[in-house]
Design a protein around this ligand. Sequence first.
Ligand code: GDP
Length: 334
Amino acid sequence: MKNYKPKNRLTAQAYIDGVLSGNRVILSRAITIIESNLETDKALAKEIIQSILPASGNSMRIGITGVPGVGKSTFIEAFGKHLITQGHKVAILSIDPSSQRSKGSILGDKTRMEELSNLENAYIRPSASGATLGGVANKTAESMLLCEAAGYDVILIETVGVGQSETAVHGMTDFFLLLMLAGAGDELQGIKKGIMEMADMVVINKADGDNIRKSELARLQYQNALHIFPLAESGWEPIVTKASSTKNTGIDTVWEEVLKYKQLVTTNGYFHKNRNQQKIRWMYDNINEALKQLFYGSKEIAEQLSVLEKNIISSEISPVKAAEEMIEKFKKTF
Ligand code: GDP
């Protein structure tokens, strides 16, 4: 199946021209190529990415996280519409490693962000699916480059607030936004300390109706909690605000803060430094992943590993020596 060549493919140049001219249909089809696991598509994807690379990068990349139910899609709908009224073109991507499109992913539900998805200057793409988080993250990051080349100048990357996907999103965005609720403990919200630490901004969502007072209290508590963390390399002090995504309050403040952040990090040089570091890390992540696959994917290695496991248990060989032996064997296979 892997060498099967689908008939409905365009030439690489047709995808490149279509993306660069901002054609949404071609953009979607190009992202499908990026997401495909077919060998012929992988070659096509490389050619497309290589060509559009110089036209990418010209956007503000914002990561958005928070547990299911916190209001991410409602917030993105309100925030996206606000950005569009400010003259921006907004692309919304997501990283949801649990996504199996055909089985209906948490973030892939087509009915989410319905109003936004009907706007000319919004482009919404559900999460790619894949066997590994690294694979899904790669596809999302490359899709982001395509969106930028197609003229989208704000990219929102959504992720569910559980597990490792936040780190992946943080590693490919300029600004990281955490949505929280008032009155729910941190544990309840599934938010780990590490995620709080990554946040450039925390928004207490659903600050409306009876919830306003509680939200102000939560805002103060989180603001104090964030003061404990050492100042980030960006030089930016994370800020906590309140918003109501359904009542559309506090949404404009979020964008104002993003702009303040951008101003600061552009002036102090962190914006480009961070982008460069992210690109380099992206390469190393791929090298690490490929090496692992080479090693563990080898039948010979797998067989010897199972023998060594037994020898380790019976204390015939030390774990360190066993590892060394395996690496030596691996080196000889080249
Ligand atoms: P997600 O799972 O994080 O994407 O959350 P959703 O956007 O689907 O929202 C979950 C529920 O919270 C929905 O019923 C929304 O209508 C509701 N919701 C989202 N934002 C707000 C808000 O600002 N105020 C209130 N009162 N409800 C909200």
